[in-house]
Design a binder for this molecule. Structure first.
Ligand SMILES: C[S@@+](CC[C@H](N)C(=O)[O-])C[C@H]1O[C@@H](n2cnc3c(N)ncnc32)[C@H](O)[C@@H]1O
Length: 255
């Protein structure tokens, strides 16, 4: 039995798990950046915390023959991950207390998960304990990226809701240094190229981003109507880059 989640009763990833992969993907370009920044090599031992449906894990297993362990609070998300990658080991646990041996991994990933945690610094300390020597890679949205997001143009409370739950990049970097990580660096990355068309509207209609689950039905309806009008008026325009922030720190092996 896991301790209650920060999102309890508001965001149910078991329910989301059946449609998650239809709406959320990770580009090959982003995987390239992560492989380079984390200095991953063939056979790397990778722990993915908040692995969800294991999207990046499948890609890393194929590309590097990596040994993957994925951890998630949601059994539904883990079931989807297991169906895609039976070689992986999938563990139902909370990031705050991971039932894994210290000094084991070459890389720990935390992609779009810190904003769900009650105290993200605990998970960062766990990552430091579990790394043998290697990188912690965090993908998140900076507050500037949240403010300039496409959705925040249509939903008045969108940016405030996300800024309240996504920790500031500076606070994440500080927690990493505090936990013992060195060479902590951050950079913007293109997570996806997004075309604002019918397919995109279908994703929003299905609330593909958890923020929509936190907005009142009234605000959602009005915002979605305005977004539909905008998309109709701007049909055929080129895709826009959806930007995220990658923060990488290293645990060094001392001899
Ligand atoms: C937005 S999804 C991201 C999934 C995946 N990392 C990706 O990028 O596609 C967030 C995931 O984190 C999981 N999660 C949230 N809080 C967690 C926690 N404290 N410990 C472990 N997993 C958690 C959720 O169940 C969900 O699967």
């Amino acid at each position: 039995m896991l301790a209650p989640s920060l999102d309890e009763g508001r965001i149910d990833y078991d329910a989301i798990s059946t449609q998650y992969d239809g709406f959320r993907g990770i580009s090959a370009e982003l995987v390239d950046v992560i492989v380079t920044e984390a200095r991953l090599s063939q056979g790397a031992r990778i722990l993915d915390v908040g692995c969800g449906t294991g999207t990046i894990d499948v890609m890393l297993e194929k590309r590097l023959n990596a040994a993957i362990i994925g951890v998630d609070r949601s059994l539904g998300m883990l079931t989807a991950a297991r169906a895609k990658l039976s070689e992986g080991r999938w563990i139902h646990a909370d990031s705050a207390a991971l039932p894994l041996r210290s000094d084991t991994f070459d890389c720990v990933l935390m992609l779009y998960v810190l904003h769900h945690m009650a105290d993200f610094s605990v998970a960062i300390r766990e990552a430091h304990r579990l790394l043998r020597s290697g990188a912690l890679v965090i993908l998140t949205a900076s507050h500037e990226q949240i403010e300039s997001s496409f959705a925040s143009r249509f939903f008045p409370s969108y940016a405030a809701l996300d800024k309240a739950r996504f920790p500031k990049v500076g606070a994440i970097a500080a927690a990493m240094k505090e936990a013992g990580f060195t060479d902590v660096a951050r950079r913007s990355v293109t997570v996806a190229k997004v075309t604002f068309d019918e397919h995109y509207l279908e994703k929003v209609r299905n609330k593909h981003v958890s923020t929509y689950l936190l907005i009142s039905e009234d605000e959602f309806r009005h915002g979605f109507e305005r977004m539909c009008s905008y998309v109709a008026e701007h049909a055929g325009e080129p895709p826009l880059n959806h930007e995220g922030t990658l923060i990488v720190g290293r645990k060094k092996e001392f001899h």
